[in-house]
Design a protein around this ligand. Structure first.
Ligand code: DQA
Length: 148
C-alpha cells in the first residue's frame, strides 16, 4: 500500500524560512522522519514538493494511476487560494489528510479558511513536523495498512 506526501509552495525552504513559525527542520529532515515511521508500518511512502499549483495537480492525477491509497498534503499557501487543488483531490477520490506545521488559526485571518478541510479525512495543524508523522500513522490505519 502506498501513501503520497505532498508539500506545496515554499516548503522547500523549511529550516531557513521563518524558523520561529516553521522550526529548524529541513524538508529532508521531515521526509526522513516520515520514512522512519513508514518503516514501522506496512506502507510505502513517496514524496513530492512543488512551488507550482499545476505541477501539484498533475502529480495528484498521476497518483490515481499509481493506485496511491492516501495522500498527506500540506498545501501551504494554496490552502487558502486554490479551487483547482480542491477539485483535483476530489476528482481522483483519494482520501487525504491536510497538514499544517503551524497553527493556522492563531495566525492571520486569511489563513483561517481552507479550500480543502471540509473534504479532508483529517486536518492537523500546530504540531510542527510531527504532524506529518501523526498523519502517516493515521493514514496507514485508515487504509488498513497497520500490522496487527
Ligand atoms: C502552512 C500554513 C500556510 O498558511 C502557509 O501559507 C504555509 C505553511 C503551514 O504548514 O503551517 O506556507 O501550510
Amino acid at each position: 500500500k502506498s501513501i503520497l506526501v505532498i508539500n506545496g509552495p515554499n516548503l522547500n525552504l523549511l529550516g531557513t524560512r521563518e524558523p520561529a513559525i516553521y522550526g529548524y527542520d529541513t524538508l529532508d529532515d521531515l521526509e526522513n522522519k516520515v520514512k522512519t515511521v513508514a518503516g514501522s508500518l506496512e506502507v510505502a511512502v513517496q514524496f513530492f514538493q512543488s512551488n507550482h499549483e499545476g505541477a501539484i495537480i498533475d502529480r495528484i492525477h498521476v497518483a490515481q494511476k499509481e493506485k496511491i491509497e492516501a495522500i498527506i498534503i500540506n498545501p501551504a499557501a494554496l490552502t487558502h487560494t486554490s479551487v483547482g487543488l480542491r477539485d483535483a483531490l476530489n476528482g481522483v477520490s483519494i482520501p487525504f489528510i491536510e497538514v499544517h506545521i503551524a497553527n493556522v488559526h492563531s495566525r492571520e485571518e486569511f489563513r483561517h479558511h481552507s479550500y480543502l478541510s471540509d473534504k479532508a479525512v483529517s486536518v492537523i495543524c500546530g504540531m510542527g513536523i510531527f504532524g506529518y508523522e501523526a498523519a502517516l500513522m493515521y493514514a496507514a490505519q485508515h487504509i488498513g495498512a497497520c500490522r496487527p
